[in-house]
Design a protein around this ligand. Structure first.
Ligand SMILES: [Zn+2]
Length: 372
């Protein structure tokens, strides 16, 4: 007997009512960012629709603090949702905060603080954006100061060449220039590529919040939590601890409060990193592993549901319920978990596998280039 798709969603929601859905967002598009990097920026329209759906469907939205307590007490019920936003793009304030306030939804912002203190566009994203945005079909790279790294002469800008060039340039820029030199290079490069860099800076679409804006958000109810200072969590105990403590001190300077919840930058996590988090007194840590959190899960490896425009909606909602693989334990490999998000994501009829690829592209991550 055929079961209506809507009925299946209701059944799945009831079956998973004792599991916690932690949703993950990053940036919100102010202009063309959702076309530039759909895995990182969601359009205001899409985000508004998601929040309206959560409100209409009656999923209780709870704070991360409450969720942690309920998980520990085995008291999760009614399929609650926690809303998390990573990084701290300016658009968090410009786009997301008003929508969340309209619904009265509590939320958590995992803030990486280096670029909050430094200001300006994130270097890696700025280079990638200029490569994507340029109207040119070819460019002469000579005279930009990277000849010694092999960047000279004319290169074509067709197909995948643009993103490849961006990745290679970012590495070379980090290895060649100091902080001031990097900023000067990006200006030269934008001019050469015929992209308006001043407009990019003024739009703040690739920039993070200012310390004053962070303080405003915290005062208005968005809770600011940890995401490391330089957007990397090294495996070594001392280096890992330093990242968390630098981040916490920076956040405390803006909010006056000691942040205790953490999100792994770039989604890169492992039990070998738990020690530095425990030493720092971190209560919970979220990953980019796809799944729902339940009682008994390790609070330092909580799964989430990444919601962005890069994940194609499932054409047939019911398809999400056809496989019967067991729920993953947090920490199992991502490849095995695509079906989990598909099977259990009932919030918007958009069933999609999660992954952290987009974050890795954005983040300096393992290479320690967060200071760039
Ligand atoms: Zn991040």
């Amino acid at each position: 007997m055929a079961v209506p798709v809507g009925g299946l969603f209701a059944l799945a929601r009831r079956a998973t009512r004792r599991r916690l859905r932690i949703l993950c967002y990053h940036g919100f598009a102010l202009e063309d960012e959702a076309r530039f990097r759909p895995s990182l920026f969601i359009s205001p329209n899409e985000f508004g629709q998601r929040m309206r759906h959560i409100a209409r469907a009656g999923f209780p939205v709870i704070s991360l603090n409450d969720a942690a307590r309920l998980l520990e007490q085995d008291a999760i019920d009614e399929a609650p949702v926690v809303l998390t936003i990573d990084d701290g793009f300016y658009s968090t304030r410009a786009v997301a905060a008003p929508v969340l306030a309209e619904h009265g939804f509590p939320s958590t912002l995992y803030l990486t603080t280096y670029y909050v203190e430094k200001g300006g566009p994130i270097l890696q994203l700025a280079i990638a954006y200029i490569c994507w945005k340029s109207p040119l079909q070819s460019v002469n790279l000579s005279g930009l100061g990277l000849e010694s790294a092999g960047f000279a002469g004319v290169v074509l800008l067709d197909g995948d060449k643009r993103s490849e060039l961006a990745k290679e340039l970012f590495v070379a820029v980090c290895e060649t220039f100091d902080s001031e030199g990097r900023a000067a290079f990006v200006r030269r490069f934008a001019e050469r590529m015929e992209v308006d860099y001043e407009a990019l800076v003024a739009s703040r679409k690739l920039s993070l919040l200012t310390p004053e804006e962070v303080a405003e958000l915290e005062a208005s109810g968005m809770v600011i939590e940890l995401h490391t200072h330089r957007h990397v969590l090294p495996e070594g105990l001392d280096d890992g601890l330093r990242e968390v403590l630098d981040n916490r001190a920076s956040i405390a300077g803006m909010t006056g409060r000691e942040a205790r919840h953490f999100c792994y930058p770039s989604g890169i996590w492992s039990p070998t990193r738990f020690a530095s988090l425990r030493l720092a007194g971190v209560k919970t840590a979220t990953t980019c592993e796809a799944g729902l959190a339940r009682h008994g899960a390790d609070l330092l490896a909580l799964p989430r549901i990444l919601d962005d425009l890069a994940r194609q909606p499932d054409r047939v909602r019911g398809r999400a319920f056809r496989n019967n693989r067991p729920l993953p334990r947090p920490g199992r490999r991502r490849e095995a978990q695509g079906g989990i998000a598909q099977r259990l994501w009932q919030l918007g009829g958009r069933n999609r596998p999660a992954g952290a690829g987009s974050l890795k592209r954005y983040c300096p991550g393992k290479r320690g280039r967060g200071e760039s």
